[in-house]
Structure formats: C-alpha cells, structure tokens
Design a protein. Structure first.
Length: 266
C-alpha cells in the first residue's frame, strides 16, 4: 500500500492540540477528515510531534497509508479545500514503506517567540508570548548555551511526561532578537513533554534577572523540576522543522514560514 508524507502548517489557538480528543477539536481530526475526502477512504495519520493545546506548527510532518492514487497537487489542493483556514497541507510526497514520520526523524526544531515591549500586541496576540518587562537578551543567550549537549533534562520535564528516559541531546539552543521580537530556537534529537516551554520559562527568568546564569548548570544537574521557573505559555511555541535523512528527499527542514520571519514583520 502506498505511503504518503505530508507537511503541515497550523495555528493551534483554537485546538486542544494535535491528538484526537472526544471533548475538543484537534488538528489530527481536521486533517484526517480532509484527506479522507480526497482519498475516498478512511485515513489515519502518524505525526512527527504531538503538539499541545495552543501550540503552532510551520514544519509538522505526518504520514499515512492509502490505496488511493492521487498526485501531490491533488493531495495538497484537495485537502486544503476541506480544511479550515488555520490549517494547511504545505506539501505531499510519496515515501518508502519504511519511512516513519516519528521514528525516522533525526532531529526536531522548536521556536519560541516573545514580544518584548511595553504595549500588549494586537496582531501578534496568541502568536507570540508578550513580556512587558525588559529582557536582557545577552544573558538569555549565555544561559541557553548551558543547555546544549546530552543531559538528563528532568528539571525541564512535565510531571505528566510519559517518556521512558529523560535524557536528550540538544544540538543547539539559540536566543536572538530583532526589533523587540526575541526568538528561542532549540534543535534536539527528541523532546520531553513541555521541555521547550520550560526552557523558555527559565530563559525569561534569566533575562529578567530573577535567575543567575551561574545557577543554570546546577539547576540542570539537580534533575529537580520544582527548582526551575514556571512553564512559559504555549502561545509563542512553534514546531518549526523536522529533519530526516536526505535519502527520503523531503522538502527542506529549515523553518522559513511566519514564525521564522516574525522579527522582520515587527
């Protein structure tokens, strides 16, 4: 049976997250229903990363198996005809049967966007997290560098996290700023539940002078979630990209969508 990979963009504001839930609308249900209408059969999606309620994506990847024979154009235009305006199929590609959206991924990149200014946002509301107190970006960047490497990230793990191991390998953790927009970008082989939002909570506290840079390494080593600052809101979080082996010939993983260019618009 043919296997198809799709790239997805969505604004997670109105949804309970990716995963199907009986009591609230989810991204998964909306996309599966749209693809099913194109395929004229039931579709079940396997996704690279299950984003939480209110979290956005510009580089989500999923796959499905289908007996339907459709062109990439048909999958894209057909699905988007039936999707709400805040969800879009960005691309579609046939992939080998051994491709797996989750397990074939080499790394994922999340981007957390902060609007740091006195006035609350209107256009960026629910797309960025608003912090009105000044943030010291250089301090945040120095603290972020401490989080790079392979560590036990229990200090940044949600209580409800179901991962068997708290060890992850962070390839990079960067903090950049432009015109009042601050971006925290984290690439890792995998993530724990709320890991990036907990990173953001820490870095915001560092930027506000509430946590010293020298305290970051001991906090990480403590493996104690209770010692870390509060989890940052979901509004500013984007799944920016998922990286796969080049043999699958999927579109470029680098996030170049709205979240990646947010600083250019402000």
């Amino acid at each position: 049976m043919p296997r198809i990979a799709v790239g997805l963009e969505y604004d997670g504001t109105r949804y309970c997250g990716w995963q199907t839930q009986s009591e609230a609308p989810s991204i998964q249900v909306a996309v599966e229903r749209a693809l099913a209408r194109v395929a004229n059969e039931r579709i079940g999606l396997v996704v690279a990363g299950r984003t939480d309620a209110g979290v956005h994506a510009e580089g989500q990847v999923a796959h499905f198996d289908t007996r339907a024979l459709r062109s990439a154009r048909a999958w894209i235009l057909g699905a988007n005809t039936y999707l709400p305006e805040d969800i879009s199929v960005a691309w579609a590609r046939p992939v080998p049967g051994h491709f797996h959206a989750r397990y074939s991924a080499e790394a994922r990149t999340y981007r957390y966007l902060i609007l740091n200014r006195l006035a609350r946002p209107a256009l960026a509301a629910r797309r960025m997290t608003w912090i009105h107190r000044p943030l010291e970006v250089e301090r945040m960047a120095a603290a972020a560098a401490v989080l790079v490497g392979e560590h036990d990230f229990s200090s940044f793990r949600a209580i409800e996290c179901q991962s068997r191991s708290p060890v992850r390998r962070v390839e990079r953790c960067l903090v950049t700023a432009r015109d009042g927009a601050i971006a925290i970008e984290v690439t890792a082989n995998a993530f724990l539940h709320h890991m990036v939002r907990n990173f953001a909570g820490l870095l915001i506290a560092v930027g506000q002078g509430e946590v010293a840079i020298a305290d970051v390494a001991p906090l990480l080593a403590s493996r104690d979630r209770s010692r870390a600052p509060a989890t940052a809101p979901p509004d500013g979080l984007y799944l920016a990209a998922v990286r796969y082996p080049s043999a699958f010939r999927l579109p470029p993983a680098a996030g170049d969508g709205p979240a990646g260019r947010a600083g250019d618009r402000l």
